[in-house]
Ligand binder design. Sequence first.
Ligand code: 8LK
Length: 233
Amino acid sequence: MNTAHNILKACIRKMAQRRPFNVIVEGNIGSGKTTLLEHFKKYEDVSVQAEPLEQWTNFNGHNLLALMYKDAQKWSFSFESYVLLTMMQQHQHPTNRAVRLMERSLFSAKYIFVEKMHRDGNIPDASAAVLDEMFKFLNEQKPPQVDLIVYLRATPEVVHERMVKRNRDGENTVSLNYLQDLHEMHEDWLVRKTLGHCPAPVLVMNADLDKAQIANEYKKYEGDILKGIRLQA
Ligand code: 8LK
C-alpha cells in the first residue's frame, strides 16, 4: 500500500467524520430570513439553504402554496405533507462546508405550521394524527441535527407591513391576525418553551430593525453563527 493511498484513505475517513455545524433560521413571515441568508452567503465555508419555495410553488405544475392560501380547508394537509418531506430532504442535503445555514426546519413545519392549520380547523384531527406519525417516524429514523437556532423575533405589525410591501404571490390573503398567531407560536416554541420541543440553543435577534440597521445585529452574533468554522479549523 503506498503512502498516497494511505493519505487518501485518511482524508476520506476524516471527511466522513466531519459534520457541519447546523444552524436553522426561524421566524415569522417577513421577519428577514432571506436577508440574513443573503448576508451569510459571502462566506465560503457556509452552505446556505433557502426554503424550497420553488418546489412548493411548482410541484408537477401545481402551485401548492397558492392553492393552500386560496382554499386552506382543501389543501393544507397536502401542502404540509409535502413541506415535511422537502424539509427532511433539506436536513439531509450533503455538504462539505463547515456550517449549514438552513431556512426553517422539520420542527417549524410541525410545531408552527401544521399546529396552526390544525388549530384553525384546516387540518382535521385525523389528518393531523397522520402528520404526527410521519413527523415522529422521520424524526426517529434520521433525527435532523441542529446545533443552533437563530430566531428572528419581530413585532407582527412590522412583518405585516413588510409582507404587504413585498407582495409575494399568494400571501395577499395572510392577515395581521394570522401573523400575530404565528408570532405567539414562535414565542411559545422558542422563548417560553411551552410548545413542541426546542432542539437546540436559541439565539434571539431583533428583527424589527430595518435592512440598514440589521447588519450591526448580524455582526454582533456572527461569531456564534460561524462557530462551526472555528470548531473545524
Ligand atoms: O415561507 C414562505 C411562505 O410559505 C409563507 O407564506 C409561509 C408559508 N409556509 C407555510 O405555510 N408552511 C410552512 C412554511 C412556510 C415553512 C414550513 C416549514 N412550513
